[in-house]
Write a protein that binds this ligand. Structure first.
Ligand SMILES: *[C@@H]1O[C@H](CO)[C@@H](O)[C@H](O)[C@H]1NC(C)=O
Ligand SMILES: *[C@@H]1O[C@H](CO)[C@@H](O)[C@H](O)[C@H]1NC(C)=O
Length: 455
């Protein structure tokens, strides 16, 4: 309890039920502390060591935001091609992921909560958050998932959501927060991209109608200098367009109609200073879309706190992962001199760091992805006025390419499918070489045999 009391007053929660501005009201106006540092992260395996908390604590954030896969709550079965339960292959007959019991999920949250690093952070920062699929209860799950009501309670318990909070009564875990004093306020809007989400490939809804109504109110509500929208899945990058048919990732891009609705709502609200933060993909990346609203829309992706693509392969193959990241075409990724690697993605454990320099003229914003030691591996720094409406929106003509404006799907096919083409070509060359060698060997043998006979 002491933990909660220590940081209360930093925030006025305002969920769907419209909790009042709270705390200070009636006791005279409380001046909200100025917020200059916010950290965020996603994808933390509660059973793995989590040394990254040290770096996060060193960054000394006033607020920490969970963006989902806060624990791995479901059960992952091994890849099995043969046997009674086959989890991959065309003859697959068993799911690769299954939900665990509520008791099991609760004990996994307990384990996460008592992690010494995280426990320390909870003392010094206010922790808020939303979920993604694995803590929602099942890999890639959406509205059809049966365990969502129970699991909503478990997430909110993990986040120490007060018992009377309206967030416990609504369908889904979306919420919004207002931090900081008047004129320098930061609004954080956390979306729920699971509870109401239609199946993948349906181009249906991501948020569902009640959450849309709420979001519209939030964006059109009281102004704030900065508005951070947290989405578990990426909003700007649509990597699937360029990684098909090899593999696909979840993102708002997979629901193009819904994504356009989001951009239109943002443009119509004329709200300034908005950017996204996201997780899910097991690598870090900063992307930017200039043709959605009247100013550049950034999406800072940090994933994960423990789960990262390069850790999924033996260290000698790390370069392969980086090569694939570098070869995957992208139109949205921000590439600059601040990146540790050429690809400007980062496939080792990482967290997101947001810094606002309110005393600079003009006020500046620094958005970074940082590594396990707290060093930046990707970053952008710009004056906050860059996120103000500048009248006309840039656009692209058909067949024309513009960085941060053309969609990945509109890239010429030979670029878009570069990864698949390269892989198939390499495999073909390999096969041909093997066949060629085999043929040559047979030929030489025949020749030798023939020679023997003649002798
Ligand atoms: C989490 O870590 C444990 C222990 O290292 C491991 O057995 C488990 O497979 C991991 N889970 C995921 C989803 O990576
Ligand atoms: C994202 O890529 C998928 C797969 O190619 C495509 O179906 C979808 O329309 C794309 N979305 C956007 C917004 O370009």
């Amino acid at each position: 309890m002491a933990v909660v009391v220590g940081v209360v007053g930093l925030v006025a929660i305002d969920t769907e039920g419209g909790a009042a501005e709270g705390e200070g009201e009636g006791k005279g106006k409380v001046v909200e502390p100025l917020i200059t540092r916010i950290a965020f992260g996603s994808c933390a395996n509660q059973s793995s060591p989590q040394p990254i908390w040290n770096a996060i604590i060193d960054f000394d954030p006033q607020v920490f935001i969970w963006l989902g896969d806060n624990v791995y709550g479901d059960i992952r079965r091994p890849f099995k091609l043969f046997g009674k339960e086959r989890t991959i292959g065309p003859w697959k007959n068993a799911p690769r992921f299954i939900p665990s019991s509520p008791q099991e999920l609760e004990s996994r949250y307990q384990k996460a909560k008592i992690n010494p690093g995280y426990a320390r952070l909870r003392h010094t920062a206010q922790v808020i958050g939303t979920w993604d699929d694995h803590d929602y209860g099942l890999n890639d799950a959406g509205k059809e998932f049966g365990g969502k009501i129970t699991n909503q309670k478990l997430l909110l318990d993990f986040l120490d959501e007060p018992q009377h909070s309206p967030r416990r009564k609504q369908e889904g875990v979306y919420a919004s927060y207002m931090f900081g004093p008047m004129g320098r306020q930061i609004k954080v809007i956390l979306l729920d991209t699971r509870y109401h989400r239609d199946p993948l490939r349906s181009d249906g809804s991501v948020l569902g109608s009640s959450q849309w109504t709420w979001l519209e109110k939030e964006l059109n509500g009281p102004k704030s200098a900065i508005t951070i929208i947290g989405s578990s899945v990426q909003v700007i990058s649509n990597h699937t367009a360029a990684t098909r048919p090899l593999f696909s990732l979840e993102s708002w891009g997979r629901f193009p109609t819904e994504r356009n609705r989001l951009f239109k709502l943002m443009a119509d609200s004329k709200r300034e200073g908005v950017f996204f933060i996201s997780g899910d993909v097991h690598f870090g990346e900063i992307s930017r879309y200039d043709c959605a609203t009247g100013y550049p829309l950034y999406d800072v992706t940090s994933s994960g706190l423990t789960q990262a693509v390069e850790k999924a392969v033996p260290p000698v193959f790390s370069f392969m992962v980086r090569l694939v990241a570098w070869l995957t075409p992208t139109t949205m990724r921000v590439t600059n001199q601040n990146c540790r690697f050429r690809s400007c993605t980062y496939g080792q454990p990482n967290f997101g760091a947001i810094e606002i320099d309110w005393s600079a003229t003009p006020v500046t914003l620094k958005l970074e992805v940082r590594d396990m030691d707290g060093y930046p591996v990707a970053g952008v720094k710009f004056p906050l006025v860059e996120l103000q409406l500048h009248g006309s929106m840039p656009s692209v003509k058909a067949g024309e390419y513009r960085r941060h404006c053309s969609l990945e799907v509109d890239l010429p096919w030979n670029i878009k499918y570069r990864l698949a083409i390269l892989l198939y070509c390499s495999v073909s060359v390999l096969l041909l070489t093997v066949m060629g060698l085999g043929y040559s060997a047979t030929f030489v043998c025949r020749l030798l045999l023939h020679k023997c006979k003649l002798d």
